[in-house]
Design a protein around this ligand. Structure first.
Ligand code: GLP
Length: 259
């Protein structure tokens, strides 16, 4: 795992945008996109590079991590809608090439199998963006999630529903159930890039990076992955015991080594 501590959220956004840009400029690539507020700055930065620096997404395709079960696609807070309004509408990524679990599926059991198969059929995800919940969840894998789980239906914790209530009219409008890529599905991506800013994420980041590998902190599954970049600001790094070492390692990184 490489831990990249940046002074400000803006520098977090541009570092993550640099990583994504590298994949997009290399040719056809499959992006793993996350929703929530953490990647929004990165999406804006990528949209600016598309506009001003000819960053071309026409050969890219994308898969989303998760979706609310039962929320219509047209609902502004469905992740189907959010990824379009926050990112896809601002770049030349073909919306037909942006896949997400169908929260309106009549048979969720069939839908979860279909979704995992479609990721595999596309050759897997090259780079997966991840946010982290205050309880350490990634995608919507709440504490207790099997570390090898596949896409499936999960029940949100009350804390996650409270955290996400800001996107709805109130907590009562936040669905209880979701479809989410499992921790095993997410781990199949070839490069995981976690984004976190603000003090509210400090404990979750410390548990994910320095805590024990445990289903209690689902993001700790990153410790088993061979290519992980955790990009955080000083506030989100404030509970890390080895923060000075991570800064030192970054400062002394060989110039030939990329993220
Ligand atoms: C939701 C999403 C996650 C996201 C998390 C954190 O639960 N399903 O993918 O990482 O929220 O959200 P935020 O980035 O807004 O803090």
């Amino acid at each position: 795992m490489e831990i990249v501590i940046q002074p400000t959220p803006a520098e977090v956004d541009s570092t993550v945008a640099d990583i994504v840009e590298g994949y997009v400029r290399a040719g056809a690539t499959t992006l793993g996109l996350a929703t929530g507020s953490s990647p929004i700055g990165t999406y804006r930065e990528l949209a600016a590079r598309h506009r001003d620096a000819e960053l071309d997404f026409s050969l890219a395709r994308a898969f989303l991590l998760d979706e609310y079960l039962g929320l219509p696609k047209r609902h502004p807070q469905s992740y189907y809608s959010v990824i379009r309004s926050e990112f896809v509408d601002h770049v030349n990524l073909d919306p037909a090439m942006v896949s997400s679990p169908n929260g309106e599926a009549q048979c969720p059991e069939k839908e979860i199998a279909r979704y995992d198969q479609s990721i595999a059929a596309a050759g897997g995800v090259d780079v997966q963006l991840l946010g982290i919940g205050t309880d350490g969840h990634i995608g919507f894998n709440e504490p207790g999630s099997s570390l090898t789980s596949r896409t499936r239906v999960k029940t949100l914790t009350e804390q996650t529903r409270i955290d996400n209530a800001r996107f709805f009219d109130g907590v009562d409008d936040v669905p209880h159930h979701v479809l989410t890529q499992g921790l095993g599905t997410i781990s199949d991506a070839r490069h995981l890039v976690m984004i976190a800013t603000g003090e509210g994420k400090a404990d979750a980041i410390a548990a994910a990076v320095e805590g024990p590998l445990s289903a209690f902190c689902p993001a700790s599954v990153m410790q088993l992955h061979r290519h992980v970049t955790v990009v955080i600001d000083e506030a989100a790094a404030s509970s890390l015991k080895l923060a000075d070492y991570y800064r030192y390692a970054l400062e002394h990184k060989p110039s030939w080594q990329s993220f």
